[in-house]
Design a protein around this ligand. Structure first.
Ligand code: SAH
Length: 359
């Protein structure tokens, strides 16, 4: 199936038709009309049917009144950080479910959109606001794609382009594997949204079978692993998933991925004061990274409602980074953005939804 047909099929289902053929028949659409519709939405990022001037007005009206929606996600709250660089959106889906996406404009040169793959998350990492609120449902590919479309349109209005998309919003992308890969296809299609694979990053809690499957896809999409601790004892306390796939099995899967794809892997490490930021952790982490094309991203912790955790202070973070560099491990410290608008994973929904509703 082409990306266009995938898009139409997803949209048709959302509007109550059984799929591509039923949709084309219902609206009496020839393939070139589908092409015009897809192009307007996915490439030109139109906000409304009015703007699709390539289609006859009567057709546009029939589509709109027939319940065909250009957007499967509707903004409920859009917050902007004081410095104007971060916009965070809470979006409502057709069934009332809410998910978050974030746009980060890094001083003009890089524009990153962070999108959700699930409403909620089942993995319950102790430091994560989304995990604390529990799992709601998987998103459809179109619901993932339309989050990106929303912020890409905002950028376009300012004469800017999307440069990166990261699956680091709510949910575990590899627990919704097929929809995520379909969304990647839509994002990547050169005739549509047109974002190169190398500009897309999927972040996973560390689901070993899916890491192997992803290695076999032959796509240039980046892989990020949420490691956060170098030992089973510590990682098991922070991330329940470690009981299913302990550090050794996870690292073995990463080595297989690296061997098959020859691609660099990014490891995320959220720095928690007195928990995973001691010298011994830096050495153990260095040992895990040794001899591979691996990169460690040290992430300042964003406080969440439930966790009795505190972030590592900046000077300790630099010391930890120096210990890694002394072991020849490539590292970066992630610059926190949008803290004033609770832009970390799951935070906005946690603020707007009463806890009872969220769980
Ligand atoms: N489920 C995926 C992607 C979602 S979160 C995963 O686990 O990778 C994206 C990243 O944000 C993950 O590395 C996650 O561990 C991290 N994260 C979650 N809560 C955080 C917090 N409160 N502060 C900083 N980073 C956090």
């Amino acid at each position: 199936m082409t990306s266009r047909d995938l898009w139409v099929e997803q949209k048709a289902r959302r509007s109550g038709l059984a799929g591509l053929d039923a949709f084309s028949a219902h609206y009496e659409l020839k393939p070139y009309r589908l092409e015009q519709l897809y192009r307007a939405a996915a490439k030109e990022l139109v906000a409304s049917f009015d703007a699709i001037t390539a289609l006859p007005k009567t057709l546009r009206e029939r589509l709109e009144s027939g319940g065909f929606a250009l957007d499967s996600v509707v903004p409920v709250v859009i917050q902007r950080s004081n410095d104007g660089q971060t916009s965070k959106g809470l979006f409502r889906l057709h069934d009332g479910t809410e998910v978050e996406a974030v746009l980060m404009e890094h001083r003009g040169d890089r524009n990153t959109i962070c999108i959700s793959s699930q409403a909620g998350c089942a993995y319950k990492c102790s430091f994560c606001a989304t995990g604390q609120a529990g799992f709601n449902r998987n998103l459809e590919a179109i619901e993932i794609f339309d989050q990106a479309r929303y912020f890409a349109r905002e950028l376009k209005a300012k004469g800017k382009n999307v440069t990166n998309i990261v699956f680091m919003g709510m949910g575990e992308p590899f627990a919704n594997y097929d929809a995520v890969m379909d969304a990647v296809r839509l994002l990547n299609d050169p005739h549509g949204f047109g974002l190169g694979h190398r500009h897309i990053t999927i972040s996973t809690v560390g689901l070993v079978p899916q890491i192997d499957r992803f290695a076999s896809e032959r796509v240039q999409v980046n892989l990020a692993i949420s490691l956060h601790a170098p030992t089973d004892e510590l990682r098991g306390r922070l991330m329940p998933v470690n009981r299913r796939w302990p550090v050794s099995e996870l690292m073995a899967a990463c080595a297989r991925y690296a061997a098959v794809t020859r691609r660099k892997i990014f490891f995320e490490y959220v720095m928690l004061a007195g928990v995973n930021d001691d010298d011994a952790s830096a050495h153990a982490l260095g040992q895990l990274m040794r001899g591979h094309l691996y990169h460690v991203n040290l992430i300042p912790y964003n406080a969440t409602p439930d966790a009795a955790l505190q972030g590592t202070d900046p000077s300790r973070m630099r010391a930890f980074q120096a210990l890694l560099e002394a072991q020849s491990v490539a590292t970066t410290v992630r610059v926190p953005m949008g803290r004033d608008i609770a832009a970390a994973c799951g935070q906005l929904r946690a603020e707007t939804q009463p806890r009872a509703r969220a769980s």
